[in-house]
Design a protein around this ligand. Structure first.
Ligand code: HDE
Length: 713
């Protein structure tokens, strides 16, 4: 049972079974005497059909898999709570946002989009950031992403987008990757995707951790207050640990060394008590400002720059409990942007409107029944009474003869709730329009905010975007697709297009070829839906840059350091570093030539956490080589060289003290080391506090990207 401040509890023991001290039984409760042998006609004879124990076990096994999510198949989740810090009752009547200190249980699931359930966590991809709030007024799902815009403006293009990015249908290659022809073919014909392309080619698409990602509701929603008045709102999650990424080369290597990197990171952080935390913020836009901006609030390819509307923090989310069973909880959880509670409502964003159909529909094929709301992880803590009945795997035993409304035989029950009693009523929006299949002209700007995003990036971030585009388009085999993309990029930033072109051995086409069929009907192809650039009224926005992000704090909590050791290592140095890291809630791990004990310079022993074979520098945030005797063993070790080489290449902090500085001196990159490199902490003294202080302060900077050659200059 989860105890929450407001007294409401979510019964986590529901349907739980741990089997401890219990007999093994069949599904019908019959105790099993022999689970190792099937029933046979004689010792060496054939198996008998009558063996109900064997048949039940195998039948269940044969049906263990359910269809994976069509998108967002790969994900990880955790339980936690949401707590209101700054209530906004004047804007919303939603109970879970109304009262300071009120806690609501949540389950959050983070995911990649394109890959299958077993694919790598480190794919270049948008991340899902879905949160189920078990509120006292019913389930509210905020089904968000870690990028605030989307590829397309209308739901009807979603199946096309997903078909294009998924592995190609003839050979099912490549897995969990957008770097292939069909994806870029589609994108090159869909100029509306250019803003999203900027984000997805940025380091946002390769987060260091789920715990270090922002989350965005993408669409504009509505908040509704007691008086029935509406205010437009954009939702933001801001991570307490800041927003951080890995390097692209690193991401690819992590995918080989530990494809569960993000899953394990989330799991371990929670097990160690480093509970991930986010603030929930809202951008509040009064109804009368609906048409005030140069972009349309209903267009999901646009953000509302924080310079125009600041983010107001309303609460915080803490994830403090891992699931007990991945399948029962993380796999079976069913999110739906249409799960809303009184006080929140939709807008007419045509992408959101399509989503409102899709999610329940997909649960029917994925979970197999309209009763998916009865699965424990999906159950509302608010009581559920209605006349929905029967269906596959129905759990509830409805009592009585009445299953319709209105009725007199059941005394009119269950009865409708008045709005004042908490009954949901949709916002009373006036609609007076023609029935048309059209895109609004206010959605025509495809480049203005792509440019705003690009202009807001630091030189390092721009360089990473160039590199990502060179990689992705470099994997495209069809020249015409590359050229079309260069044309579109030139509309965002000419130098960006030129730098990408240089990496592809191509040139930017002089005229933008208006893509055929770019998401409009044939009548409109060359007419009023020409892609446009509307200059943003904001020139640059720090909130869009990860490196300039004002919410990033220099904490190293939960970061991991590889301490490279061999026999003769200085015990004082190892202890000094480990203790200093622990004080910051970070952790040092001994990595050595083999597992088992390492002998110290004091003839003591330190147990290795990993051998060079079982870990890799890409799995750590920093590398430290402590002083010691016999360090030649490390200098001559190819694995150590690779550790240091990768850490240097991925712009991580590298530290060495005492005689260990010679190990860095012998590393492949030694000749390139610049005196200005603040990420290389080298000192001749051993085990000093000054050294660990400097090392930790440098780790707080996350990475030293200045080491890399800049591709955008
Ligand atoms: Fe989703 N999306 N989506 N999506 N989406 C699904 O629902 C869909 C979109 C998002 O951890 C599916 O249960 C359509 C935007 C997340 O379980 C499916 C459209 C955003 C998750 C579906 C979109 C999202 C999903 C697949 C365009 C960011 C994972 C399995 C109209 C705001 C939730 C499922 C989890 C999952 C449809 C676009 C976020 C098929 C049709 C925009 C985080 O229903």
């Amino acid at each position: 049972m989860e105890n929450l401040q407001d007294g409401k509890q979510r019964d986590l023991s529901l349907n739980r079974s741990d089997g401890t001290n219990k007999y093994l039984t069949t599904d019908q409760g019959v105790k099993i005497n022999d689970d190792n042998n099937s029933l046979k006609a004689g010792e060496r004879g054939p198996s008998l059909l009558e063996d109900f124990i064997l048949r039940e076990k195998i039948t269940h096994f044969d049906h263990e898999r359910i269809p994976e999510r069509i998108v967002h198949a790969r994900g990880s989740g955790a339980h936690g709570f949401f707590e209101v810090t700054n209530p906004i009752p004047e804007l919303t009547k939603a109970g879970f946002l109304k009262e300071a200190g009120l806690k609501t249980p949540v389950f959050a699931r983070f995911s990649t989009v394109a890959g299958s359930r077993g694919s790598t966590d480190l794919a270049r991809d948008v991340r899902g950031f879905a949160v189920k709030f078990y509120t006292q007024e019913g389930i509210y799902d905020l089904v968000a992403n870690n990028i605030p815009v989307f590829f397309i403006q209308d739901a009807s293009k979603f199946p096309d987008l997903v078909h294009a990015v998924k592995p190609e249908p003839h050979n099912e290659i490549p897995q969990a990757a957008s770097a292939h022809d069909t994806f870029w073919d589609f994108i090159s014909l869909m100029p509306e995707s250019m803003h999203m392309i900027m984000w997805i080619m940025s380091d946002r698409a390769i987060p260091r951790s789920y715990r270090m990602m922002e989350g965005f509701g993408v669409h504009t929603f509505r908040l509704i207050n007691e008086a029935g008045e509406s205010t437009f709102v954009k939702f933001h999650w801001k991570p307490k640990l800041g927003t951080h990424a890995v390097a692209w080369d690193e991401a690819q290597k992590i995918s080989g060394k530990n494809p569960d990197f993000h899953r394990q990171d989330l799991w371990e952080a929670i097990e160690m008590g480093n509970f991930p935390e986010w603030e929930l913020g809202v951008q509040i836009i009064p109804e009368e400002d609906e048409n005030k901006y140069e972009f349309d609030l209903l267009d999901p390819t646009k953000i509302v720059p924080e310079e125009l509307v600041p983010v107001t923090i309303v609460g915080r989310m803490v994830l403090n409990k891992n699931p007990d069973n991945f399948f029962a909880e993380t796999e079976q959880i069913a999110f739906h942007p249409g799960h809303i509670v009184p006080g929140i409502d939709f807008t007419n964003d045509p992408l959101l409107q399509g989503r409102l159909f899709s999610y329940t529909d997909t649960q029917l094929s994925r979970l197999g029944s309209p009763n998916f709301h009865e699965i424990p992880i999906n159950r509302s803590i608010a009581p559920v009474h209605n006349n929905q009945r029967d269906g596959h795997m129905r759990q509830e035993i409805n009592i009585g003869r009445v299953s319709y409304h209105p009725n007199s035989l059941g005394g009119g029950c269950p009865y409708q709730a008045k709005i004042a009693e908490g009954g949901f009523a949709s916002f009373n929006e006036r609609i007076d329009a023609h029935k048309i299949r059209e895109r609004s002209e206010s959605f025509n700007d495809h480049f203005g905010q792509a440019r705003l995003f690009f202009n807001s990036q630091t030189p390092t971030e721009k360089s990473h975007i160039v590199k990502a585009l060179r990689f992705e388009l470099g994997k495209v085999e069809t020249t015409a697709i590359r050229v079309r993309m260069l044309g579109l990029l030139s509309q965002v930033d000419m130098k960006l297009a030129e730098q990408v072109a240089a990496g592809l051995g191509a040139t930017v086409p002089p005229v933008l070829e208006t893509p055929i069929n770019h998401g409009v009907s044939p009548e409109n192809e060359m007419g009023k839906h020409e892609p446009q650039t509307v200059e943003s009224s904001v020139e640059s926005s720090d909130a869009l840059s990860m490196l300039k992000n004002p919410t990033n704090s220099p904490t190293i909590a939960s970061r991991k350091v590889a301490i490279i050791c061999s026999d003769g290592v200085s015990e004082a140095c190892v202890m000094n570093m480990k203790e200093a890291l622990l004080k910051q809630d970070a952790k040092g791990f001994i990595v050595a030539p083999t597992l088992g004990n390492i002998l110290t310079d004091q003839d003591g022993a330190i147990a290795a956490n990993f051998s060079f074979l079982t870990a890799s520098s890409v799995l750590f945030d920093a590398v430290y080589v402590p002083d010691g005797i016999g360090l030649n063993a490390l200098i001559e070790n190819d694995d150590v060289n690779e550790y240091l080489h990768d850490a240097y290449k991925h712009c991580k902090v590298i530290g060495a003290d005492g005689r260990a500085t010679a190990v860095i001196g012998a590393a492949s990159f030694a000749a390139k080391i610049s005196a200005d490199d603040q990420g290389l902490i080298l000192t001749n003294e051993a085990a000093t506090k000054a050294f660990t202080d400097e090392f930790i302060a440098a780790m707080g900077q996350h990475r030293f990207w200045e080491r890399e050659p800049n591709l955008y200059n």
